[in-house]
Write a protein that binds this ligand. Structure first.
Ligand code: NAD
Length: 411
């Protein structure tokens, strides 16, 4: 199933529970604006490459549209559209005053030099600068982009519109960023995993965890949960999976990845397994933290973990979601599980508007508070309506957006 179809499926499940009128459903699901641009760039060897970039603005009923930029070879308009709509529900679930957007470029960053990455990013901003802005649409990091890319975006936007650090979040701390943004998504995944384990009456210490993806989200999730005394038995990245029944030494894996161009290839003290096997391990918690669509109807019957935390966006296809629910697997959905990143992005934007630097302690406390409220509201609604956590989170988000849109006047 195409990504946007999958997101629509989850939307409709929640809209049915909310008994939303068809006309309101159509308005809520339809993106406000979609842009596709050509990005012609000169590569280091003098050759010319024409890349395709996208920015989709899904909904702005609750505030400026917010969402990351993904640089990945599989990026296409359908995927970006789906991710943009997830951002609308995500910002609403954690109740921050934003709508949803997403962008990206179909490119493999592992094959680019830093100078090529910078040229591509600046050219992309040349093409989309008129449709972004601190009160309208605010990009952030996602797969394949990081604080350096965000700094180039701020600088390039400045050339057209003047200095305004609130145009982008996830910037370096020394360049108008906020302490704790880099760790925020993974930390949020960790905080919510511990909350869910607690609610389900399961022990945290020694809980066996498998994590797919060892980038920004996967590494910070592994660090947080290993410090909370969980046992990270498997990690993985695009080079494959690494398993150790006694628990991976997470600090050692982090050091190894830093020393090897952020890849785990050749990581010692662990058995090599495939990325597919990582998803099927006999663990207490499975955390997909890489790409979308990895749990399908084909492999869902082999998923043994009783708890799945969607750190990645859209890692479970709808047919697989139904199979997991039938098996009694508890899934913490992406629009709540990985909302720590956009929450701290919001704090960064507030900080930029106030020209006031927050401390790491304050960021962590406020993140904890925001995620706790969103978790409790989702958990209570799921219990009250006897629906999955996914349907409850979508209900919470959709209801908030629908109310704001109706109050403000849609047409
Ligand atoms: P990243 O680029 O930092 O890391 C991605 C990781 O996934 C890398 O370790 C890469 O090797 C691995 N990977 C790529 N293809 C893979 C494959 N086929 N199998 C296994 N591993 C593979 O990206 P990130 O920022 O950590 O994002 C990961 C996921 O989390 C994405 O789905 C993203 O949308 C979501 N997310 C990220 C943020 C954020 O703040 N960065 C916020 C919310 C959601």
């Amino acid at each position: 199933m195409r990504s946007f179809e999958a997101t629509k499926h989850f939307f409709q499940q929640a809209a049915d529970q909310l008994e939303l009128a068809d006309s309101l459903r159509t308005y809520l699901i339809t993106p406000r604006r979609e842009l596709q641009v050509q990005i012609p760039v000169e590569m280091d060897n003098g050759s010319l490459r024409s890349l395709i970039g996208y920015r989709v603005q899904h909904n702005r009923a609750r505030g400026p549209m917010k969402g990351g930029l993904r640089y990945h070879p599989e990026v296409d308009l359908d995927e970006i559209r789906s991710l943009a709509s997830l951002m609308t529900w995500k910002t609403a679930v954690v109740n921050i005053p934003y709508g949803g957007a997403k962008g990206g470029i179909a490119i493999d960053v592992s094959k680019l030099s830093a100078r090529e990455l910078e040229r591509i990013t600046r050219k992309f901003i040349d093409e989309i600068h008129q449709m972004i802005g601190p009160d309208f649409d605010i990009p952030a990091p996602d797969m394949g982009t990081d604080h350096r890319v965000m700094a180039w975006i701020m600088d390039q936007y400045d050339k057209y519109h003047g200095f305004n650090p609130g145009v982008v979040t996830g910037k370096p701390v020394e360049y108008y960023g906020i302490p704790g943004r880099e760790e925020a998504t993974g930390r949020g995944v960790g905080i919510l995993t511990l909350k869910l384990l607690g609610r389900l009456g399961r022990k945290v210490a020694g809980a066996r965890i498998a994590i797919q993806g060892f980038g920004n989200v996967g590494t910070h999730t592994a660090k947080f949960l290993s410090e909370a005394e969980c046992k990270i038995v498997a990690i993985s990245d695009s080079t494959g999976g690494y398993f150790r029944a006694d628990g991976i030494d997470v600090p050692q894996a982090l050091r190894y990845a830093i020393e090897h161009e952020r890849l785990l290839h050749g990581f010692p003290d662990a058995d090599r397994i495939s990325n597919e096997q990582v998803l099927e391990l006999d663990v207490d918690v499975l955390i997909p933290a890489a790409i979308g669509g990895v749990i399908t109807a084909a492999n869902a019957p082999r998923v043994k973990a009783p708890i799945v935390i969607e750190a990645a966006n859209a890692p479970i296809e709808p047919a697989a979601d139904a199979l997991l629910e039938k098996k009694g697997v508890v899934v913490l959905p992406d629009i709540l599980a990985n909302a720590g990143g956009v929450t701290v992005s919001y704090f960064e934007w507030v900080q930029n508007r106030q020209y006031y630097q927050w401390s790491l302690d304050r960021v962590r406390q406020e993140l904890d508070k925001t995620l706790n409220i969103a978790f409790e509201q989702t958990w209570d609604l799921a219990r009250e309506r006897n629906v999955s956590l996914r349907t409850a989170a979508f209900m919470l988000g959709i209801d908030r957006v629908a109310r704001a849109a109706t109050l403000g006047g849609i047409s």
